[in-house]
Design a protein around this ligand. Sequence first.
Ligand SMILES: [Zn+2]
Length: 613
Amino acid sequence: MYHQVGLVRCLSSSRITGHSLSPLARNVSRTCSRSTTSSSSIQRLSRFWIPTVGAERSRDAKDESHELLIRAGYVRQAHAGIFHMLPLGNRVQQKLEALIDKHMESIGAAKVSLSTISSEELWKKTGRFVGHGGELFGFHDRKDAKFLLSPTHEEEITSLVASTVQSYKDLPLRLYQIGRKFRDEARPRQGLLRGREFTMKDLYTFDITEQQARQTYEEVRQAYRALLDELKLPYLVAEADSGNIGGTLSHEYHFVSAKGEDNVISCGSCGYTINDELAITSVDQPDQIPIEHKKDLSRWIGVTKDRNSLVIAWFPTTTQQHSGNDSIRNEVNPNVIKALVPDVDLSVENPLETWDKANPRREETGSRPSSAQIIEINDERLPFSASTFTFLQQKLQPRELLLPSGKFNSIQFQLRPRKNGKSMQLTRTLTGDPCQKCGDGKVTVDRAIEVGHTFHLSTRYSVPLSATFVDSNDVRQTIEMGCHGIGVSRLVGAIASMLSDAKGLNWPAVIAPFSAVVVPANGNEDAAEDVAKKLLSNGIDTVLDDRKKPMGWKLNDADLVGYPLIVVLGRAWKTEGKVEVQCRRLGIKEEIQCGGDVSSALEQRLQNLLMQL
Ligand SMILES: [Zn+2]
């Protein structure tokens, strides 16, 4: 295992010109070069466990890439949302972890391995324990002490640092780990993308001042970019909501993918990128959208936390796409509703029923308690003055608001969706909407998979857990913190989904289970072994397919597994001393003359292709 990780580090660091290795990395590097020259270290698929039978088809037909991970022998499901990593999957994950280690070392972070078990008591101190039945996996020991399987480690690490750091001289401190986390998802889905047990890298940073903490935050952002750059896949860095973790500054790192569950909005003009969870589109002068039929007008209904107020928001059902004739179905933007009615409870499934029950009508008059009120919000693109609009809106009012007299409960409040003199669109931002940063650009909305997150936490955890130090003036101060995650197993699933095609999986060279597979035709086995050994000794992570299977089967399997490069010793090898090099991602299939031996031309060509992957 150590050898494999060392090998990756050797390959990946050699690609970075001028990258200075830490003493640890230099040692690993030496181990690596020694082991790669040893002929006994060649990996053979006959001895590498890749089970391809017993893989049940998943019921979710949308999960093609997860299906491929199972069929190709990378993972197997143990329980719903819980997976075993098989040797191929484990090798990809280890390479990814080695890459992460390299970039964490580059910012001076030390690696730890915290316990996966945490206590309810500790989580109660930070106010994050919200009882059972949620996403926390909880259990108790024989003495009935309550524990949980950590979904994240802010509590544990802050408490550890609080007990060890005394003085400003002990800071700054950067600690990270790569380990398993647990979250009892109500609906585990999409394989490794949303499992109940998963592997994450989490880095925690501890600084003396807010200013230094923000400087640390910048360094981490740069390290994240450098790391993602090595995967050579397009990604977005979006301003994000700090959510449950808390804090004041946060960014998300996303891969653009139709399988994603996030929407990321980015401007082609100024580069401003933001998660849809935070976005509000406002304009000076909204363009009117004609409402001629019932289907043109939509309503959204919500209720406030005190159950007294019913919120009815009216908006155009569709928006005409700025380019072309397609119209897109609008959805209400909860950010605008929250901005206008901060007390709104977005978690209620049947808001109208909830409000109706909480504020029952008196039978005779139909009147409701005086505390009950109705708040109406109209999107300013609606044609208020048109009689057709008024007529249609009346028709679409909820029946629950109809009084015995045939009239409706009156609307007590009309809220105009306005802020800073601009009109807020009640619906979510769509591709083609104006950029909120530069004003000139048009935004693009992409489905995306979040693979990383950085947070400036300030003192969110250090205050409740008393993580303090004594400064140079002998005054006790609170530690400034940051936390920064990368979904390791999620990245594996995300990359599988981004790069797979009808033939199988594909991987960036830096994390592929092997960079190249050598596939011999019948009779070329010995020559293939020589080729594989020479490639390996030249730093190309190569595996030999020495299984007793037909050539066609082996080539299909190589496509399914997704080795970046396939080196075939077929008929042309026997007759002309040529090997065939296949690279599906780059659409390359070419013959290279080896003159009966592995020429440097082949090695150079393979190295050159790997640089592009
Ligand atoms: Zn812009």
